[in-house]
Design a protein around this ligand. Structure first.
Ligand code: AMP
Length: 216
């Protein structure tokens, strides 16, 4: 299974990708998570990406594309992958096409999680992420039963720096300006599916499986 998940920040890509990756034993590749890991470890990539992330801007295409080219060649991608947060610009979509062509691979689907702006702002401002395992909660919709600790691993829950309302609005503008054209880019192709993003990722997973005609 090789799938791209598209959608604005807060559309539910990360939650759905985690579910799918677990169910189908395929790699979950989140460019945002890779950047955050690099920022945490203060690598050269992290130092470069941080400036853009903190400002709610996109990291330049050449940096992202080179990183993804390496990532998609790793052995865990052989069984398939879910791309969460990439491609985010048309040049990235074209670069992905070239990478897949070189690897003799094709995509099975492009899924757009469609959600309105106010829902996104509510979701993201309430989002809490586990520092240890990356599990995602929401203070309003999906609080952790362990308060400010992760239910799964006991790790500390924190609010991402780019989940403040001001940066959220900026990230949404970037989405409409730069990522919406990626949706049009894939929309005409027959592997494209649009899903209304709901609160519960279980129902989204079911909808997705129905759209692709069952499991794989
Ligand atoms: P995310 O966790 O997907 O919301 O990504 C967090 C931040 O990482 C974004 O606001 C961007 O600064 C950066 N980022 C993640 N994926 C990409 C991408 N495909 N292209 C450019 N920047 C990205």
């Amino acid at each position: 299974m090789r799938i791209i998940l598209l959608g604005s920040p807060g559309a539910g890509k990360g939650t759905l990708a985690a579910e799918m990756s677990k169910k189908y034993s395929v790699a979950h590749i989140s460019t945002g998570d890779i950047f955050r890991e690099n920022v945490k470890n203060n690598t050269p990539l992290g130092r470069e990406a941080r400036y853009y992330m903190d400002a709610g801007k996109l990291v330049p295409d050449d940096i992202v594309n080179a990183m993804m080219e390496d990532r998609l060649r790793e052995p865990d991608c052989e069984k398939g992958f879910i791309l969460d947060g990439f491609p985010r610009t048309v040049p990235q979509a074209k670069a992905l096409e070239k990478i897949l062509e070189d690897l003799h691979l094709s995509l099975d689907g492009v899924v757009f999680l469609d959600v309105d702006e106010e829902t996104v702002v509510k979701r993201l401002s309430g989002r809490r992420t586990c520092r240890s395992c990356g599990a995602i909660y929401n203070v309003a919709f999906r609080p952790s039963a362990k308060g400010d600790r992760c239910e799964k691993c006991g790790g500390e829950l924190y609010q991402r720096e780019d989940d403040s309302e001001e940066v959220i609005r900026k990230r949404l503008k970037v989405f409409y300006d730069q990522t919406a054209p990626v949706i049009s880019y894939y929309e005409g192709k027959n592997m494209f599916v649009r899903l209304r993003s709901a609160r519960n990722s279980h129902s989204l997973l079911e909808e997705l499986e129905a759209a692709f005609g069952g499991t794989e």
